[in-house]
Design a protein around this ligand. Structure first.
Ligand code: NAP
Length: 452
């Protein structure tokens, strides 16, 4: 039988086979929710993990900001400067500090320069610098692993990078931020407004003191950029992504959505789009609140949970759900990456060589069609409905169903519509004209429908 040429990954495997048996030395930077969870998980399952990994997993040093902080686990050797871990005797550096620049970036880059494998949960860093870091890792035959960076305990990174490579992926979409999903779920269950529920979520620890990155969609955007890269072989790209958060969603919209048989979810959606001749016309990637049909699995991901749907062409339609954040699920993902490194399983960081990751070609926004939920708050006067319908018709947007509801004792009414498929540009054009009418009392609301 002909011998296959040796790839850089096989060479790395051979190197690791020689070292099998020696403990894998792990340096951990960041001892907060995730870092603390990793230290505890490695201690609690020491024997089992050593058997699964084929070698002992040994924490050689740790670092965090405050050396004197009380922690509910044994800290071991503490190094004041986290970047110094990159020059320690560790085989693997685990970065669990966070942030797209600063200490986290410096630590990851220096570790790779110094020949250390890296595990991180840092989606902000990967979304911004993923391609360059992957090139650095691959140039030295090192691993850069990040299962915890997207959807916490759901193994979606490994699934896209390894399990679904045979047929390619048409779309990946999901509920990727537990804070937003918790807020939307609470608003639906209690009928309370956004600001009220956000305040409660902060008090319960489900939302940060500064919730901007979560509720504004930025955190979902970081995760989606990573998923799109894994799914489509493009460099992570935040610039070509429309991002809208949940700040403008009202309890009224959630109640109307329910009447129409939908639930409102903050989704990250990345989809391959095609020309009429079947060739690729680019990648449509966006983050926004979406109407999801109530009976679908994605619509029923509640509270702080995450859910991901993958359309993997001939391989089929897959749905994953689970805990997207928190100590145990995230630590589980980090430890699984460490074990993979200990076993010596190797492959390119984003599933194909980093140098071959293409720049993302954005889809033409006019080309993507969807049905829309539209809500207008208007004066209760004759002719207003005809005026709205007229503007929509002129833009080529047709209406599938409609509800009109008074707001007694106010003189305004809500007109709520579901449209047939239309381009975003056409709907936005019609809404601009409608908003200019003196019969319209508030900015119209527009939420796309997303088949899940
Ligand atoms: N929390 C989750 O559920 C979750 C889920 C997925 C991904 N992630 C990602 O995991 C990473 C860590 O998140 P986390 O929730 O564990 O954060 P965290 O609880 O705030 O912990 C951050 C840790 O980093 C340390 N740190 C902060 N700034 C530092 C600095 N300048 N120098 C040295 N150490 C510093 C802190 O030290 P002290 O302890 O001394 O303050 C703390 O131990 C982030 O990239 C995050 O996006 C988190």
């Amino acid at each position: 039988m002909a011998r296959l040429p040796t790839t850089i990954w096989q060479r790395q495997n051979d190197f690791f086979k020689m070292k099998m048996g020696a403990p894998l030395k792990i340096a951990i930077a960041g001892l907060g929710t995730v870092g603390g969870g990793v230290v505890k998980a490695l201690a609690a399952r020491q024997t089992m993990l050593a058997a699964q990994a084929g070698r002992a997993l040994q924490i050689s040093a740790v670092s965090a900001r405050d050396p004197n902080k009380q922690r509910d686990f044994a800290v071991g050797k503490f190094v004041a400067d986290p970047v110094a871990l990159a020059s320690s005797d560790a085989d693997v550096v685990v970065e669990l500090i966070g942030g797209e620049e600063g200490v986290a970036r410096q630590l990851v880059e220096t570790s790779l320069q110094n020949g250390k494998h890296v595990v991180t949960a840092n989606k902000a860093l990967l979304a911004k610098h993923g391609k360059r870091l992957a090139e650095m890792a691959e140039a030295k035959c090192l691993q850069l692993k990040f299962e915890a960076a997207v959807a916490g305990g759901i193994p979606i990174v490994t699934t896209l990078r390894e399990a679904l490579i045979a047929h390619g992926v048409d779309a990946v979409k999901g509920i990727l931020n537990g804070t937003c999903n918790y807020i939307l779920t609470e608003m639906e269950v209690t009928g309370r407004g956004f600001a009220d529920v956000l305040k409660e979520a902060q008090a319960k620890g489900y939302a940060e003191a500064d919730p901007t990155l979560d509720i504004g969609g930025g955190d979902t955007a970081h995760k989606l950029a990573i998923l799109a890269s894994l799914a489509f072989g493009t460099a992570p790209d935040l610039a070509n992504m429309k991002v809208e958060g949940i700040e403008h969603i009202t309890a009224t919209d959630i109640a109307f959505a329910s009447e129409f048989g939908f639930r409102i979810k903050l989704l990250g959606v990345a989809r391959q789009t095609y020309n009429k001749d079947g060739t690729s016309s680019g990648i449509d990637q966006r983050v926004h609140p979406a109407m999801v049909r109530a009976r679908t699995p994605l619509a029923n991901v509640d509270g702080a949970a995450n859910g991901v749907v993958v359309d993997a062409a001939a391989a089929g339609h897959f749905f994953f759900s689970g805990r997207g954040a928190g100590e145990a699920p995230t630590a589980s993902a980090v430890v699984s990456d460490i074990v993979e490194i200990a076993r010596g399983s190797f492959g390119p960081v984003f599933g194909r060589p980093a140098a071959s990751l293409k720049p993302l070609m954005p889809a033409n926004p006019g080309a993507t069609q969807s049905a829309y939920y539209l809500r207008f708050e208007v004066l209760d006067v004759p002719g207003v409905l005809a005026e709205i319908a007229g503007h929509l018709s002129k833009a080529g947007v047709s209406i599938e169903s409609m509800i009109q509801r008074g707001r007694a004792p106010s003189e305004s009414v809500f007109i709520v519509m579901i449209t047939h498929d239309a381009s975003q540009q056409a709907v936005e054009g019609a809404l601009k004209a409608i908003a200019a009418s003196d019969k319209v009392k508030a900015r119209p609301c527009m939420i796309p429908m997303e088949a899940a």
